[in-house]
Design a protein. Sequence first.
Length: 345
Amino acid sequence: MLRYAEEFNKRGHDVVCYTPILDEYANNYLNLRHIVNAIIHKKNFVEETKQFPKVKIVRQLKISNKSIRNADITIATAWPTAFQVNELSEDKGKKVYFIQDFEIWDNEKLGKASYKLPLHHIIIAKWIDSILVNELGCKPGDLIHNGMDIERFIPDRSKKNMRHKDGEIQCLMLYHKLSKKGIDDGLAAFRKAKEVIPNLSLVMFGMPDDPNISDVKHYYQSPAKEKLVELYQTSDVFIYPSREEGWGLTPVEAMSCGCAVAGTKTGCMTEIGNNGINALLCEPYDVDNLATNIVSIASNADLRETLEKNGRKTAEGLSWDKSFDKFESVLINLADKDDTTVRKK
């Protein structure tokens, strides 16, 4: 959302992002784990804001008519704020729900109820819209895929070639504490693959502290963009083991940098993944087939090169400019303006 806010500011729109300090729905979370995850999410959001210093971010106790200004459009980005936005007056503008996942894991009843609120849906993946329409009876939303920095995330085969002189095949994987990210499955698949190809190595990156996993050659905590690009460029296989995903940016970043993806049919891979063409894919939780796909990529240079080239072509079709243009068009149409002066919160 902050990336959109930054771009819309550049385009002359007046954007303010509000973040509530108090979570009035905390008592409705299923258990302590979900409360901790919510706190971690807020901490991560604070870290993320540092990447967008020009975006105006206002912290308020809660989202209400008194705490936020009048606008043409107000956007909720999660089910707790969806309920708050729904209660706002007409002075706050048309109400939009930007949906990036089917968020029912901390409270299924309230999560599903939020999607039935009379808010205009903008969704990032077809599978999310399919559930909302077919299972909850919602109206179809506007589909806008997350964009990709294709000019920053670029391939550099020379970096791989230098390492290949030593015979090493490097795998790369995101580390995350959420079980739905499937990290245990990814590690198990890597270990099985390494039994077949002993010269496999594993590098991981993520926001948490170093998990000190014995299989990991090196762990990079919160790497800078430049370092992250280098990790993708120097790796041969990106392991994407998610069990459930709204979109999943990392496999697209890997594709853009010419790193072949061995992953699951979740998130973005259900829409842009083409098994055997731009990635090797299996069902979530399928450790054996994920391991087989890692071995196939690592042991077959021709296949690896094919996946790298086709993956890059796929990423090129997901430019941020296309996403910005469509998002902006949807908001302008909703605001019912003849010009492009749309303020957004």
